[in-house]
Design a protein around this ligand. Sequence first.
Ligand code: ATP
Ligand code: MG
Length: 414
Amino acid sequence: MKYRIIVHYAELALKGKNRKDFVKRLRKNIRRKVVSLGHDWEVKSIHDRLFVEVGTAPAEVAEQAVESLSGIPGIAWLSHVHWFDEQKYRFLRAQPDMQPIHDIISELAQKTYQPGKTFALDVKRSDKNFRINSNDLTIQLAQTIADNSNWRDVDINHADQYFYVNISSRGTAVHTNKIHGTGGLPVSSTGRVLTLLSGGFDSPVAAWLMANRGCNVDFIHFSASHHNLKDLEAYKITRIVRQLSTVLGRTRLYVVPYTHFDMALMEHGLAYDLILFRRFMARVADAVMQRIEAKALVTGDNLGQVASQTLENIDSMNRAIQTPILRPLITYNKEQIIEHSNRLGLFDMCCEPYKDCCALISKNPRTKSKASLLEKLEENHLPDYDEIMNDTLAEMTEVVYNFGELEHIKATNE
Ligand code: ATP
Ligand code: MG
């Protein structure tokens, strides 16, 4: 018997080459995360699942790793399992030796017993050559649990504690807890996007949703003032990116002060300042996207959540650049967003007050705008637009995290 972490992936609809690439990518991402946790465990792809070979690592260490790995996009569920190799135990023989399975089930039953709770067995026989059918095995193992522990009450549909036995032609996995992953696709399988990151709840969740569809996600933040490189690590935005990188892997954050644009706009006191700013952010981001070869811009916009998030303003922003702008939260309600934020360990961080962002935004932003009018305003009132953009880009700072570890902070014009 040995210990392994078994990883089941989602997206059963994937076929052919897509599926092969998916598995390869997921395996690589899991291996990188394992290394970032300080382990040298091998990750193997066997048949339709992955195995992390935890060797002799203590159960608590392996279970902690399961918890950390569960946030990696592309995983349906995973579990720390007791594994019996078929060759060694000859489960497929006319009279397989089932004693080791009964022993482990007894041990797990004793360990997990909770008074007043219910249990159930979930036995699967994916190899039909196996001589005992899953119903008979379930009855035998339930008897073992009753004989060797205090578990009494069974609830097949909603048990408090499940015991899983999965028999395949390669071996048998026995385990208790199944930790659910987030499903989706592994990061790096669909392309790179750049996310407009502000200090609120929405944009980090939008970024994560894109990562969970297989994107590499980088970030850009427009700040009201300049920052000392030394202080940037403690900055709210940087901490949000660091936290996200623990599941996204290598992630870049670009911090750009919008002081040049702010000053140019202030002179005119334009009513459309918010949407003009959005168009400015899109254009600067577009320039960064060319550099990093990102294929789409992502925002945390949510239709009607605040007065300025209207279809008209979305259209005005879209028309500022050619690159597509994706808004994964457009139909979400606040509860769904907060739920994601909590799961990502970001809720408290996003609640922190943040003064450095959006001082520019009007109290009563225009809810309707037209790209043609905005173009005229830009032409007439911001004749030095290109210069403002260049000055802004020249003051950009790059912060890079890899699975929560800082790689570097540096000015991009160095
Ligand atoms: P969030 O919760 O992400 O702050 P919000 O509900 O506060 O969003 P707005 O402030 O209207 O909404 O911003 C809408 C979107 O515009 C944000 O989700 C983000 O993608 C982008 N955005 C706003 N301000 C900035 C900024 N200073 N830097 C980068 N992106 C920004
Ligand atoms: Mg905001």
